[in-house]
Design a protein. Sequence first.
Length: 258
Amino acid sequence: MNFENIIVTQQENTALITINRPTKLNALNIKTIEELHTAFDALETNENVKAIIITGSGEKAFVAGADISEFANFNIEEGTALARQGQKLLFDFVQNLGTPVIAAVNGFALGGGLELAMAAHFRVASSNAKMGLPEVSLGVIPGYGGTQRLPQLVGKGKAMEMIMTANMISAAEAKDWGLVNYVVEQAELLPLCEKLASRIAQNSSVAIGAAIKAINANYTNCVNGFGVEIEQFGISFGTADFKEGTNAFLEKRKPNFE
Ligand code: COA
């Protein structure tokens, strides 16, 4: 896959997407959002890809936000369309992807950058990372799901404080707050994410996709998450992976999920 603003590589069953606009601290312009959509869409249907890591190029930034230069002159309709399109193409799309997505937060994750990391299924940060939703300092609010996903991850009070103050928090604080699962030195960031991805790849991708659906259902308005869990649990019984996983256990061997 050839793109202007992102690089996609693959090692064994793990794909790595690198957002590559280092001179703009990997800010998300519309073109980058469209390219990310295309890449995630293709990787989800690639049977050889069992996990996806997303990171930013360079050592300074994961993503320093939506590209401010692109929307500075937008009016109400354009602003509404920007948020709606972005959420549909990228942020909701990533959250609901059937293939696990790990955000490797390698520096500033601000505004749309933190929102992208929060849309991923979980996050690992390097010790230099700084995270925040500074939108109110620009006279707007987070528009790529930040007002919804941040409270889900850190609780309402902390989310209110982060959004109202526009302050950045350190990687260590983000770990304390439950926003990231691990903090490691920058050189260890991708190796740790790759290790987690290869551990995930040993399990049933079909079952993992079903688990993502059931977990996300807990955070979807008017959907009974327990009901979705029952439904997805039942569906698992009809899959080849279920036969293989249970037979492998009973035959005292490792499963080989196709
Ligand atoms: N949109 C567009 N361009 C951005 C950007 C963004 N969100 N974040 C950084 N850039 C650009 C800068 O304009 C600059 O470009 P230039 O060299 O052509 O002038 C380049 O990236 C480097 O950024 P700079 O501000 O010079 O780096 P810094 O180390 O002094 O500061 C930050 C780093 C992250 C603190 C600062 O860039 C910043 O505050 N960015 C905006 C964060 C934000 O508000 N995000 C939410 C957007 S909704």
